[in-house]
Design a binder for this molecule. Structure first.
Ligand code: NAD
Length: 494
């Protein structure tokens, strides 16, 4: 079916046929042991459009057992074969991009264009790590003539992947693709509001040639399905992407088993604009740094740290651009889609209301709203809060929505202090025409990734991750394989 036909069928019926319904364990769909089910909402209309299995510890136990058996096969599969399977997964993802993108848009609320970006990015991740699968070599070590010594890079074993709802496909694939390249098996727990594409990708991997049991998916809530997964002692590495609060809980849960952990947590990333920067470039950069995916991005540029001399001209342009953004149902492909849930909409409203009560100047937006075309759905107006102090809660707390906080500076030291002035350290953008300023700031800013003159520059080839409360460990790039391999040293007396 064409994309247009899929979309018109959905709007006519309020449902999509052929959605996966159950967990994916040992190469096939299986219902929850309890038979319990959960509903999934279309955030653009605030209506239920599907249901799925509500997993519990029993389902998780089956999935981990399946992954243990899958690991025994996959770790001994030739690296060149792993490479071929991942390449085929990429090809299938591209061939089925329409279906995957429609489901992703509907489940998350994001625009169709953003959903296509997520799917194509996932296909690229499979390709990239396919290229790594047959290059995970150890090294030969010179101990002199009495010994021969070398290292092996071994897969760590069964890995668990806890995924949030903002980029359901690519966050999943940036974890499982390097894990599979390394020879690990996986159990995935997608977010409870976006369960479908994880199930679809797991099934697609089987068609690409992955042996049954190597990738398993259990759907359900964090406490019911996520918690038993991360504390299972058979899991040897957990890759968790989500909030700081849950991440800290996961860290405590894995401690007794001494399980490896990657934490990709929140952010409050600055876009720092110096006086010599081009005002139009800064305004356009800041617009998409915060309003892409309705601000629901861990690395969103949620703070504009701007020189006093540039403030008025940039803010005038930015407010005009922000108020001109069209928002609406994701499948109609507006500039900005819906928020993922009613609960999340309420949380964002709370942040903005408290700012209003504190007397913060709101330059535009500031209200929860609906799709202007239908009066339905969970939306929030593009919002800009001006001239905030360094300790304002709207600067210190992650809002994770379309809300930009502006901070004004007078010199470079102040810019740096403001940029580094939260407990997060995930990403940062610098706008200046002066290469020395750019390099000085890039070195001194505490962040996992820094871009210059294009906030979203970069790609899956570069490592991604945070410092301080933004987490630890790196995904993407060749560094992304490190968590899934361990070195073994072998020495022979000659
Ligand atoms: P969340 O922490 O509520 O949930 C994330 C995932 O954890 C979900 O799948 C959830 O079901 C699961 N979970 C909840 N409780 C659990 C438990 N006790 N044990 C195991 N799993 C559990 O986060 P969220 O609200 O869904 O996502 C938004 C947050 O994620 C934001 O803070 C955002 O910055 C962060 N995030 C970070 C990155 C990154 O790469 N750094 C990327 C995307 C999102």
């Amino acid at each position: 079916m064409s994309v247009d036909a899929l979309i018109s069928t959905y709007f006519a019926n309020g449902r999509l046929s052929d959605l996966p319904r159950d967990h994916f364990i040992d190469g096939r769909f299986v219902p929850a042991e309890t038979g319990n089910r959960m509903e999934s909402f279309d955030p653009g209309r605030a209506t239920v459009f599907g249901d799925f299995a509500a997993g519990t510890a029993v389902d998780v136990d089956r999935a981990v057992s399946s992954a243990v058996a899958g690991f025994a096969i996959w770790r001994d599969t030739a690296p060149a074969t792993r490479c071929a399977v991942l390449m085929e997964a990429a090809r299938l993802m591209r061939a089925e991009a329409d279906w995957l993108a429609v489901v992703e848009s509907l489940d998350s609320g994001k625009t169709l264009a953003e959903a296509y970006g997520d799917v194509q990015g996932s296909a690229r991740l499979f390709e990239y790590y396919a290229g790594a699968a047959d290059k995970l070599d150890g090294r030969s070590v010179n101990l002199g003539n009495d010994n021969a010594a070398f290292t092996l890079r071994e897969p760590v074993g069964v890995t668990a992947h806890i995924v949030p709802w903002n980029y359901p496909s690519s966050t999943l694939v940036r974890g499982i693709a390097p894990a599979l390249a390394a020879g690990c098996s996986a159990v995935v727990k997608p977010a409870e509001t976006t369960p479908y594409t994880a199930l679809m990708i797991a099934e697609l991997l089987i068609r690409a040639g992955l042996p049954a049991g190597v990738v398993n998916v259990v759907t359900g809530t964090g406490p019911e399905a996520g918690a038993p997964l991360v504390r299972d002692p058979r899991v040897r590495h957990v890759t968790f992407t989500g909030s700081v609060q849950t991440g800290v809980g996961v860290m405590q849960a894995v401690a007794p088993n001494v399980t490896g952990l990657t934490l990709e947590l929140g952010g409050k990333s600055p876009l720092v604009a110096f006086a010599d920067a081009d005002a139009e470039k800064v305004a356009e950069g800041a617009l998409w740094a915060i309003f892409s995916n309705a601000g629901q991005i861990c690395s969103a540029g949620s703070r504009l740290v701007i020189h006093r001399d540039l403030h008025a001209q940039v803010l005038e342009r930015l407010v005009q651009k922000a108020t001109a953004l069209r928002f609406g149902h994701g499948l109609h492909n507006p500039d900005m889609g819906a928020l993922n849930s009613e609960r999340h909409q309420a949380a964002i409203s709370g942040h903005v209301e408290r700012a209003r009560i504190r007397g913060v100047e709101i330059l535009c937006g500031g209200q929860a709203t609906t799709d202007p075309a239908t009066g339905k759905g969970w939306f929030f107006e593009p919002t800009i809060l001006d001239a905030l102090s360094a300790d304002d809660p709207a600067i210190q707390q992650e809002i994770f929505g379309p809300v930009l906080g502006v901070q004004v500076f007078d010199d470079e030291d102040e810019a740096l202090a403001l940029a580094n002035g939260t407990e997060f350290a995930l990403a940062a953008g610098i706008y200046t025409k002066d290469i020395s300023t750019a390099l000085r700031m890039a070195r001194r800013i505490d962040a996992g990734q820094v871009t210059v003159n294009d906030y979203w520059a970069g790609g899956i080839e570069l490592p991604f991750g945070g410092n301080r409360k933004s987490g630890f460990g790196r995904e993407k790039g060749l560094e992304g394989v490190d968590a899934y391999t361990r070195a073994k040293a072998i020495t022979l007396a000659v």
